[in-house]
Design a binder for this molecule. Structure first.
Ligand SMILES: *[C@@H]1O[C@H](CO)[C@@H](O)[C@H](O)[C@H]1NC(C)=O
Ligand SMILES: *[C@@H]1O[C@H](CO)[C@@H](O)[C@H](O)[C@H]1NC(C)=O
Ligand SMILES: *[C@@H]1O[C@H](CO)[C@@H](O)[C@H](O)[C@H]1NC(C)=O
Ligand SMILES: *[C@@H]1O[C@H](CO)[C@@H](O)[C@H](O)[C@H]1NC(C)=O
Ligand SMILES: *[C@@H]1O[C@H](CO)[C@@H](O)[C@H](O)[C@H]1NC(C)=O
Ligand SMILES: *[C@@H]1O[C@H](CO)[C@@H](O)[C@H](O)[C@H]1NC(C)=O
Length: 473
């Protein structure tokens, strides 16, 4: 019982203790002898930084300080009252503008524990840390990321402006355009405007200095691929085939378009490319032309589009006919049947043709659509609305491709069935009454229907006297 309690207390206090020394204790991180966050040193001066810590130390220097530089010295010593600490002294002499940057002292093993100071090494002849070569530096723009023109300066008070070539001067607004002497200009949300040639400019002693940047936006976004005919292309041997593959891509995108098609090995097609830009997009056209189609050109035509890692494709199938043709046949024999009162009825023979023929429907030798307002031609079918008995008759479909002198006719007979009806009033006889036995009586019944109805007479014997007809029913 005591043991357990002791362990608990010890454990708790132990944890509190270690936590305390880790964060607040001496040298949980290395410590620099400068308390300022930044130092400003003149060119040619010597500067020294001293770092002290519990473990072995390591310096991380700005990229402008060469790995091997005779002007850099690091002296490491054991220090502290009990000689149980590590001290490191960094000396840079002479300090040069390009040494401007963040100097960090950290533990060799625990790399996240570090102390740092930003050192500006001012040089009136070198306001920018980097000296520009003739060629501008390329800065890559990435979608959704800020754009940085890394024109760091050697003096924190330098007045620098950003200029878009040729002379569009941009002032920092600290919302979208941010100036920072340690980073340069940052554009938080770069738009298309930021594609081009830019420079950071500053004037020192009436001399203009600049750092130039060319922004580049690698874009690979294919927005749309469009082939001007998808599905089937029907065409004739000897004719020309032209397919237009249009690609819409982001502004500045580079796109390559290629085709696969049946006669590719023979190179039977010519391909013409065009590029045009709209205000927001790039349009790339590739037009494939086969000047004289042969049977071998029939098949699948694919337009392949690539832009960097992006890929898209679209296709169409080309059918090449030897010659123009019309094939016209009955669908279900020469006689078709409809019923009077039917909402609509469609006369559709089997028709295949190329190119598309003209179609005229006749009824009993006259143009159907002119005969009756209930008739209309839909595609190559004739549709009859609210079928009536009088619609029965002979129908003819005339098809023709005038250009090639091709004509075909087909005749159908339409039978309209009508339900038999008995004209009740027309059942004639004398009023029920008494007729003389042995006399001759004629009863008439009139009925109508298509086909003509059969009439059957039934005789019901009279009810015996005294029974009402209602009871019989
Ligand atoms: C620094 O030293 C170089 C060569 O020793 C000299 O040419 C230059 O004028 C000096 N610059 C400054 C700011 O003292
Ligand atoms: C497709 O585009 C080409 C070239 O512009 C044109 O010659 C051809 O007639 C077009 N095809 C269709 C089906 O619109
Ligand atoms: C291809 O099609 C596009 C749009 O459909 C059109 O603007 C363009 O002029 C066509 N190209 C050719 C060469 O006909
Ligand atoms: C295309 O090439 C194939 C085989 O190489 C050949 O059989 C065919 O005749 C060629 N067609 C044309 C139109 O040159
Ligand atoms: C042709 O394109 C259609 C969609 O437009 C696609 O479904 C089909 O798989 C493609 N055919 C081939 C052979 O690539
Ligand atoms: C088709 O009918 C029209 C008109 O009735 C006639 O002039 C023509 O000779 C016919 N054609 C054929 C191929 O039967």
């Amino acid at each position: 019982m005591f043991d357990i309690l002791f362990v608990m207390i010890f454990g708790l206090s132990g944890r509190v203790l270690t936590k305390d020394t880790d964060t607040k204790g001496r040298f949980s991180s290395p410590v620099l002898d400068v308390t300022e966050k930044q130092l400003i040193i003149e060119r040619n001066q010597t500067f020294q930084l001293n770092c002290r810590g519990r473990w072995e130390l390591h310096w991380v220097l700005p990229s402008g300080v060469p790995k091997v530089y005779h002007g850099t010295q690091i002296e490491e010593t054991q220090c502290g009252k009990k000689n149980n600490q590590y001290c490191s002294r960094l000396t840079i002499s002479p300090a040069l503008a390009q040494h401007t940057g963040s100097y960090r002292c950290r533990y060799r093993q625990k790399q996240r524990k570090q102390a740092s100071v930003y050192v500006y090494i001012t040089d009136s002849q070198r306001p920018f840390v980097k000296v520009q070569s003739e060629i501008p530096d390329v800065v890559y723009m990435k979608e959704g990321e800020p754009l940085v023109f890394p024109c760091r300066v050697t003096n924190p008070d330098a007045k620098v402006s950003l200029v878009k070539f040729p002379f569009h001067r941009l002032a920092p607004d600290y919302r979208n355009i941010i100036w920072n002497s340690r980073h340069g200009f940052t554009i938080r949300s770069p738009t298309f405007f930021y594609i081009g040639l830019f420079s950071c400019e500053t004037i020192v002693n009436e001399v203009k200095y600049s750092n130039k940047f060319l922004t580049h936006r690698p874009v690979n976004k294919i927005l749309d691929v469009y082939l001007n005919s998808t599905g089937l292309v029907h065409t004739l041997q000897g004719q020309m085939l032209a397919l237009n593959c249009t690609v819409t891509a982001e502004w500045n995108a580079r796109v390559s378009i290629s085709w696969t098609y049946p006669q590719k090995a023979n190179g039977s097609a010519t391909i013409i490319r065009r590029i045009s830009r709209s205000r927001t997009n790039m349009l790339f056209y590739s037009v494939l032309t086969v000047p004289r189609l042969s049977k071998a050109d029939r098949g699948l035509y694919k337009c392949h589009v690539t832009s960097g890692p992006s890929k898209r494709e679209t296709n169409t199938t080309v059918i090449v006919y030897d010659q123009p043709f019309i094939r016209l046949k009955h669908r279900d024999g020469p006689v078709v049947q409809a019923s009077a009162g039917q909402k609509s009825f469609r006369l559709t023979p089997k028709l295949s043709a190329f190119p598309a023929p003209e179609v005229i429907w006749l009824k009993d030798g006259m143009v159907a659509a002119e005969r009756c307002s209930r008739y209309h031609v839909d595609g190559f079918s004739l549709v009859i609305r609210d079928v009536a008995e009088e619609d029965a008759g002979i129908y003819t479909i005339l098809t023709g491709i005038q250009q090639y002198g091709l004509y075909q006719n087909l005749t159908l007979m339409l039978v309209v069935n009508v339900k038999p009806q008995i004209g009740e009033k027309t059942v004639s006889s004398q009023q029920p009454g008494i007729v003389q036995r042995g006399s001759r009586q004629a009863l008439h019944c009139t009925s109508h229907g298509v086909p003509p109805p059969q009439i059957q007479w039934l005789w019901h014997p009279c009810p015996p006297k005294g029974l009402s007809p209602a009871r019989l029913a």
